[in-house]
Design a protein around this ligand. Sequence first.
Ligand code: PEP
Ligand code: MG
Length: 595
Amino acid sequence: MRTGSSRKRPKREERVLHGLGVSEGIAIGTAHLNERGIMEVPDYPVAAAARAAEHGRLDAAVKRSRRQVEKLRAKAATLPDTVAEELGFLLDAHLHMLADSRLIRGAARRISEDGRNAEAAVQAEIAEIAAGFAAVEDSYLAARIQDVREVGDRLVRSLTNRPYQALSHLPPGSVILTEELSPAETALIAPGGDVAGFATVLGGVESHTAIMARSLGLPAVLGVPALMHSGIANGDTVIVDGAAGVVVIAPTAATLADYEEKHAAFLRERQRLNRLRDLPARTRDGVEICLQGNLELPGELESVLAAGAEGIGLLRSEFLYMNREDLPGEEEQYRALAAVVEAMDGKPVTVRTLDVGSEKLLTSLGGRVSEGANPALGLRAIRLSLKEQPLLETQLAAILRASAHGPVRILLPMISTTGEVRAVRRILEKIHRRLRRRKVAPRIEIPPLGVMIEVPGAALTADALARDCDFFAIGTNDLTMYTLAIDRGDDQVAHLYNPLHPAVLRLIQFATEAAHRAGIPVSLCGEMAGDPRCTVLLLGLGIRELSMAAGSIPRVKERVRKMDHLAANRRANMVMDQWDPGRIAALLDDFNALA
Ligand code: PEP
Ligand code: MG
């Protein structure tokens, strides 16, 4: 997409920056720097008895902000020396302000003495510090007040946990450049809307932000260290090449022409692949593969249908809880899910129960989700649902009611023991009886109940789990993270994140074989499913159902149609004898090059 800036600005030098290409496509547009200006914050009195808790909120926000700046600090260290030094100096100053500074002390005092809420206390303190600095005419101090404001803004955002709403109405052709986009913020970008693409300083390849970008079909590059200090200004022309992981700031005419040609080639290739839409995903020797779509937001339904998906293999239900302060009720959830089921017109929809925690923190759930030392290992996903049962009951009731509109399956995230599945089944049966009594949906049956295999412990006990559930969905995103102990959202270890590691492959094989022995269906819905390089391996391991971002379906279908499943079996056997991920990748590439 191309929407150049019409504003006159001084000529800038072209700069080429590198990061992780997480969502293919070329965006050529106008830079929108997501600098987070001071927001309107709630201002209310806090009773004496509640002030200790308010101090707790402030302390937690300070800790969270420090963690953010520390991440940026580590990222800055990867830059060339002079920039690293300058940026490091600035971020050190921010860290210092987040320790025992006048800002923090003053805000704490306003909570204790004036009885103000933490957000208002932080803002009042910033205003006072700014007024003091303004009285002295000094350019050094003027720069410092900017730092205080930035730190204060970060603190207020940590306190309110509020996404950057402005993302939902940007000028056409905007390319968002920002420190970090949370999955909830990314969800505010309307598919097919005004945003052409985005780039961030932080974020890993399989973070939910990256997944969301792919689902929305938005070119995106994450983990670009110097992005916000590249001399770029709002309105400058910028290019994001989401396949190559390149961001070009202020491109020359020649670079622009080059990328416009790349963009045109990308669109031509997409058109070619679209012609596969109505052809079956069948191997040359006649094995049918079921290709389904992953759905993060209802807005993606159109592209899932357009891609010829045979169903929704993973509906991530978190969208129902995003960007809001309250929790969605049964009726609202039912309507949203029923609309998806109706739209799929008889094709199956696999609804996953709430999978929050780790990087997916939602305001509507307040402090219920683990933010402890290891959020990825804490109270999240099914653990949270079983602890906060009314949440689960409401969601199950909505799913059961939606199942009256077409075939539905229920999928449980982050299962690690059979006890969890049994506990959910008991609750599901109770809700089913309750709905029948209420005569809301008298004729519905209990849909199949399946589990995500995304924790190594679940994969290794897949035989036992298969006795208690009706199907498996292998989640290689988390399975890779937990097996290799590599945070999927952390760009600093992104180079180590590899689903082709033999340990991950053995767990996939083990779980698939357990499902086959038990006679239950098994699908794979991690990002690996949408990577055509891996199709031969997954088919060769016996997987017949793959669920992926809609945009990946045509290319995977093309791969399926070019291969024999017996040859895929042989290649998978060769792969499973290897222990070196590089050699495994080479074996797959060789096979694909010949197909
Ligand atoms: C996975 O972990 O592979 C998965 C599909 O779930 P999510 O990416 O939503 O964690
Ligand atoms: Mg997962």
